[in-house]
Design a binder for this molecule. Structure first.
Ligand code: SF4
Length: 350
């Protein structure tokens, strides 16, 4: 697929109704879920986009791009409710066509306006009643079993808001992973955490059965980190480096990843060089275009998505480095790099 079209789509989005969306929550994207040329794609649903869909094909104005595009259908597990009355959809959601994603704790100690990451809306979906504050291990296990059985889910992503404990929420994920795997043995699970104070929790997550891990920096430049993430950016990069290195020792090379956002103002050459360093450590740099979601501080302040040319340039260069190192997203067992929907790295060959 042309990386130009894929990068353009990632920023300008597409005009099509999508039943599977994540309109608010943790992380940086606000997208509808589609399948483009057989790969997961999370794209802005934008009534002003020049791209539209007809007959499962992507059209640019009146021109057929020749690319296949289909909408992910509403999964059957969304229609179920737990015995204690919580809709499954509020416990975990479908991402792409086959990833089950959950935010185990939907609150964050860093959510006060002066601390909050400017791209995040983790507590907005809670306020809107779209989710519950804390998902129990039993609820997660129940929903995972149904999503696998009814909708063919093939992997699970568990993220968490940062908690006040010294482990920043990681130990709660240990319990959640264990419970899901007792119910659905063999389901590949990725956990996503901040660097935990005590690195031994990384061993515990692996021992519980998680197969991959995301420790997401979002930016590598300290000035950009402080500007965009006043709370999280105060965690020194040395803590990230120690956590990545320990995670690679425990989970293995290319089973550790970090989200990095294109469009926060980081110098593109520095960003690509930083990715080179991460790849050398065995960490997959999942570079993703930043699209400001409704409800974020960034959107309130009028920040816009980066130009598609920047997304293409950084993604193409990082994909080349990944190929050189033999580290492909598709080789990860679970998680965002394996899913690939939020970025264009896989379309660029990374
Ligand atoms: S890349 Fe990660 S956040 Fe994006 S759709 Fe896939 S699993 Fe969800």
């Amino acid at each position: 697929m042309s990386i130009d079209v894929r990068a353009d789509l990632a920023v300008r989005g597409v005009r099509v109704p999508t039943p599977v969306r994540r309109p608010a929550g943790a992380g940086p994207s606000d997208d509808g879920h589609l399948v483009v040329e057989g790969g997961n794609a999370a794209l802005p649903i934008n009534p002003q986009s020049p791209y539209s869909v007809r007959d499962d094909k992507l059209w640019l104005g009146e021109t057929d791009t020749g690319l296949s595009l289909s909408v992910v259908r509403r999964p059957r597990f969304y229609d179920l409710t737990t015995a204690d009355g919580v809709p499954y959809e509020q416990i975990a959601r479908l991402h792409g066509r086959d990833v089950l994603a959950t935010t185990v704790v939907q609150t964050c100690i860093r959510y006060a306006e002066e601390q909050r990451c400017r791209f995040c809306t983790i507590e907005e979906s809670l306020r809107a009643g779209a989710t519950i504050a804390a998902k129990t291990p039993a609820q997660l296990a129940e929903v995972a079993a149904a999503a696998v059985e009814l909708d063919g889910v093939r992997q699970m992503v568990m993220t968490t808001g940062t908690t006040a404990g010294p482990d920043r929420g990681a130990r709660n994920l240990v319990r959640s992973v264990r419970a899901v795997l007792e119910r659905v043995p063999g389901l590949p699970i990725q956990v996503q955490i901040e660097p935990p104070g005590d690195l031994a929790v990384l061993d515990e997550l692996h021992a519980a059965g998680a197969v991959s891990i995301g420790i997401h920096a979002e930016a590598l430049d300290d000035e950009v980190r402080r500007r965009w993430m006043p709370g999280k950016g105060a965690v020194p990069m040395t803590e990230y480096e120690a956590a990545w290195d320990h995670a690679v020792a425990v989970f293995g090379r290319n089973q550790v990843s970090t989200y990095l956002l294109i469009g926060l103002g980081e110098d593109p050459d520095d960003l690509v060089e930083g990715c080179r360093g991460l790849i050398a450590r065995g960490v997959y740099p999942f570079v993703v275009p930043f699209r400001p979601m409704a409800g974020t501080l960034a959107r309130r302040d009028g920040v816009t998505a980066p130009p598609p040319s920047l997304v293409r340039d950084v993604s193409t260069r990082v994909a080349a480095l990944l190929r050189e190192a033999g580290m492909l997203g598709a080789d990860q067992s679970a998680g965002c790099a394996a899913c690939g929907a939020c970025g264009v790295l896989q379309a660029a060959g990374g």
